[in-house]
Design a protein around this ligand. Structure first.
Ligand code: TXA
Ligand code: MG
Length: 343
């Protein structure tokens, strides 16, 4: 299959309109299209069409029991996708949509189980990226989309990542360069009497709690901490580069750890600015990636997946990555990093 790769930032308004119209046409014909969101790139198909879901699974090499997130562009679309809209959902939508929040709700009959991985619930989100909103509007249908990476690879945060993974597998990539956040959306399950966060993201427990009084605090860094693997994605290997990944502990322990390592193969270090200053006299990596200023979690999150992908490009065998404090966005950051560490 030929893959059309359109850079939406480098074309005229007229060409942009045509690109969106082409994407919408593909979606309405049951084809799949990669598009940017503010979190990561998505690989979308008509949420009401089982065959589109099959094409998404095939392109990603993802097991078909891993449910997709349905993306909408205006609030009335929610009623087509969900059978019952609790008031807490309306509150969250009013406060955080469009934005990096995915809500799990009971699915409507229109959404086939192939979209939801066989579940009676559906994940819904209204992204805030202009290209995503334009595409969904033009298609006039909700778009089911997981992240646009090959299964097991870090989510794509640049159009070039999507191109690398999806060339020859899908007909169209809408590329608007680097995304804003760089980590996937926060997922909250509203189908339980006491809602829980299934996946941490930019929006944290503290952000959501005021709008969801019954929200239960939980830890989701490993599947064993969940009573039930409610976010089925958790049972699959995720975010992992090909290399072995090691955490550099915080404070002085990190320097001690680095001193004890006897590195034989090609190595990479992924750290914040100050951490590099601490360890630079004790390690000479083949690839040095400074994610951003120490404590600037937005910059660190923004650059993490690109850094992990760089390790594969450079055929790195050992990756040493900083252990960040788990507060605020640091929690989502460490959640992704720990998944890269686990083999
Ligand atoms: O930011 C994001 O969420 C991005 C952009 C494209 O919107 N999407 C994304 O999708 O990262 P991804 O690859 O994580 O796949 C969807 C995940 C599943 O792996 C699963 O964990 C969760 O969403 N999910 C979807 N439907 C669910 C459901 N009914 N119940 C529980 N979890 C669900
Ligand atoms: Mg994914």
């Amino acid at each position: 299959m030929d893959t059309k790769w359109i850079k939406t930032n480098e074309i005229t308004p007229k060409e942009y309109k045509a690109a969106i119209a082409y994407g919408a046409e593909l979606l309405n014909n049951g084809e799949i299209v990669a598009f940017p969101t503010e979190t990561v790139y998505g690989l979308g198909g008509n949420a009401f069409n089982s065959e589109a879901a099959s094409k998404i699974y095939a392109a990603k090499g993802r097991p078909a029991d891993n449910p997709l997130i349905v993306h909408i562009s205006y609030i009335d679309m929610l009623e087509e996708v969900v059978s019952d809209i609790p008031s807490v959902c309306r509150r969250l939508a009013f406060e955080f949509w469009p934005g990096p929040l995915t809500m799990i709700l009971p699915k409507s009959d229109k959404v086939p189980k192939s979209t939801t991985g066989g579940l009676d619930t559906v994940a819904v989100r209204m992204p805030s990226h202009g290209v995503a909103l334009d595409l969904i509007d033009a298609a006039g249908i909700p778009i089911a989309a997981p992240s646009a990476n090959l299964s097991g690879k870090p989510s794509p945060t640049r159009g070039s990542h999507v191109y690398h993974d999806m060339i020859g597998r899908i007909p169209l990539i809408l590329d608007s360069g680097a995304v804003d956040i760089g980590l996937e959306s926060t997922i909250i399950d509203l189908t339980l009497p006491e809602p829980v966060i299934l996946r941490p993201g930019k929006l944290t427990f503290a952000d959501l709690k005021p709008f969801v009084p019954r929200l239960k605090e939980n830890r989701y860094t490993t599947i064993s901490n969940l009573e039930q693997p409610k976010a089925p994605g958790m049972k699959y290997k995720h975010y992992a580069p090909d290399a072995n990944v090691f955490l550099i502990p915080s404070e002085d322990k990190g320097v001690e750890f680095i001193k004890t390592r006897d590195i034989k193969g090609k190595s990479a270090v992924i750290v914040s600015e100050n951490r590099w200053e601490d360890i630079k006299n004790y390690i000479n990596p083949n690839l040095k990636i400074i994610l951003g200023p120490t404590g600037d979690f937005e910059a660190l999150a923004h650059n993490l997946f690109h850094a992990l992908r760089q390790c594969d490009v450079e055929k790195i065998e050992e990756v040493y990555i900083e252990e960040f404090p788990e507060d605020g966005l640091g929690e989502a950051l460490m959640n992704r990093i720990k998944k890269a560490v686990v083999k």
